[in-house]
Structures are given as C-alpha cells and as structure tokens.
Design a protein around this ligand. Sequence first.
Ligand code: TXA
Ligand code: MG
Length: 375
Amino acid sequence: MTVPRRRGAGRVIMHSMARLDRRHTRLLAADAAGIADAAAILRDGGLVAFPTETVYGLGAHALDAQAVRAIFAAKQRPADDPLIVHVADSSALAQLGLHDPITQLLGGRFWPGPLTLVVRKRATVPREVTAGLETVGVRVPAHPVAQALLRAAQVPIAAPSANLFGRPSPTRAQHVLDDLQGRIDAVLDGGQTSVGVESTIVDVSCTPPRLLRPGGLAAEAIEAVLGVALVSRTPAGEGPQTSPGQLPVHYSPRTPLTLIAGPPGPARDRLVREVEASLAAGRRVGVLAVEEDLHLVPSAARLEVVGAWADAATVATRLFEAMRALDAANLDVLLARDVADPRAGLGRALADRLRRAARTVIEIEQIEQENFARG
Ligand code: TXA
Ligand code: MG
C-alpha cells in the first residue's frame, strides 16, 4: 500500500507581530566567555542557539513574550506550535507549572536528560510560549553547555529545535548557521550533539500520562518507573490535535523521500528494487541506509550510511545529518527503509522521524515471525 502525503498539511498561523529583523549572527565558542555573552544576549531579549544533548535549541528568555515571538519569526514557525521551556534543575519546574508527585518521580529519575514533561502551566508563562494551551512543556537538559547557559542566564529558556520550520533538527552548529544565519544573534558551538534526536515528550497533565512524541529516552524506561503503560497520542489527522507541532509531516527534506516500511528482509529487497528502478529511469538517487544494506545499493546511487541496525544510539546521532547531506546533494529522489527496530526503544523515535520526513510511505505487509532483531 502506498500512502501519498501532503507536505505541510494543516493550518499555518503566523504571528502577525513577529516580523523578521536581519541580525548579525555571532559564532561563540562554548567557553566561559562565550557562555557569558550568550547569557547576556538572552537576558536582553535576544536569540541564541545552543547545544543540548538531543539537538541544538533556539533559545529566548521564556518569560519575555517579545523575545519568544522572535523565535517564531526566525524559524518561520507557525504560532500555534508550542515551545519547550528549559530549566537548570527540576526544582525550577515549580515556577512554570504544576510540580506534582508524577513530575517529581519522572524528573527525579530522568532529569537532566532527553525527557520533556507537559504540565498545567502557571500564569507567569506567556501564551506565546504555549500557543495558548493551558499546559507547558518543560525539560532539564543534560548537556554541560546548556546547563552552564541556564545557570549564567538565570532565566528559563524557551527553545524549539534550531532549524527553519520543516527542516531536520540541527545536530551541529553548522546546521544552525545553514538555516538561521542572519536571523538570530548567536550560536554557541558545542560540537556534535550526543543523542541526535529530540526529547521524548510525555503529557502528565492527564491520567494516564500520554506519550506525545517518542524521543531520546525510551518510553519503556518511563513505563517501568510509572508502573503503567503510556497512552500513545491520537494518530495525526484523527481527532483534535492537542498540539499542531505534531503535524504528520514535519522533518522534511526538500528532495522527496520514499520510506519502505515493513520487516527488514522484504523491506531491504523492495528498497534495492526501488533504487534500481529510479536509476533506470534516469533519476539521481540518494539512499539513507544501514551498514547491513551497503553492499546491496548500486554504486550509482548517492549513499549516506547511518550505522548498524542494532546500534540505534549511533544511528540516532547521524540521522538528521544524513538527511541534510542528501538534501544538499542535488538529487531527484531519496529512498530509505527503517534504520532500527521501529517497535522498541530509540528505534521508535527513529521510525517516527523517518515517517514524518517521508513524502511517501510504502507499507509492506507484516510477515509473521519476521525477525526485526537481525536488521
Ligand atoms: O530535544 C528537544 O526536545 C529539543 C531541544 C532543543 O530541547 N526541542 C525540540 O523542540 O525538539 P521543538 O519545538 O522542535 O518541539 C517541541 C514540541 C512541539 O512541537 C509540541 O509538539 C510539543 O513540543 N509541545 C510543547 N509544548 C507542548 C504542550 N504544552 N502540549 C503539547 N505539546 C507540546
Ligand atoms: Mg523541531
């Protein structure tokens, strides 16, 4: 079954107030001086991109509504897509929203780290941050540069991923510059991020808690601590969207990506056939592949290898960079299959990002007893 998908489906509302002003973008080293400069810019209402362990964030003073609106203008992000607020430690959550036994449990266990908790918000949080919702997403990042910046700025920092809206999230300072140079005040260069995909988002404002986005922290680990299964979010397009940030197409290479979804063996065979057919049709073809498929992909295709199927942690660090590289290579079509077991751990986040990036998903019938562990 082939499911064509519409790019940018859904409503797009922009802040009418938030016009883009051109800015000189400074590249700051992530040393004491750079962090002090970045903190001063943030306190003054400016925009600074900074590394977290997941991806680079585009930060602004979270309690300064005008600074927050500038994030939306710089990213060309629809105003109805709420931002995550970053704080230095879990006790700081109480100034933004409800710090109850569940947030104490999950924050105590997983913060600092790649987990965002959605909680009932306090009036101090501007509506621009939450897109008018009565809840706010909060995260304590583990990256030492993010930690140092939060402590130097001494204000909560609202930060979406530091990419133009609809582009893959940045895992290096250069990716931020590629998208946002001239649109933001500074980038703190902390090298490559270590997780590579965004945080896992759990809404704990409802019972039972809901998994809004699989991410860098395995949902299974959260369920083990809670002792209950997380409810998955309403599939995109069905029922009301609690958050339009969960649009089905979000991380979109400009070159159309076709994803072959299904068990490893048949998906690999189909991938190779699709590559050969596109090459035979005279198209320039890019393939995002796991190491296991390397020897099967015709050499005429441009290949980006993300790592071994069983090593989802390494694959995650390379996924968005590979998408960016393929997208920059002036190709006609991109092809991929899943890059890890899509049903478990980090593999769920990787599968989610590939599906959001894909223009077309070719679903291969589930074959019983197929072994996902082998890749
Ligand atoms: O790892 C990450 O989460 C990175 C780093 C920078 O922290 N940030 C990130 O932000 O990925 P962003 O803007 O690309 O994704 C934020 C998403 C929104 O699109 C929305 O889906 C969800 O977080 N979100 C934020 N606040 C929410 C709320 N109150 N209710 C439901 N979803 C919310
Ligand atoms: Mg994002």
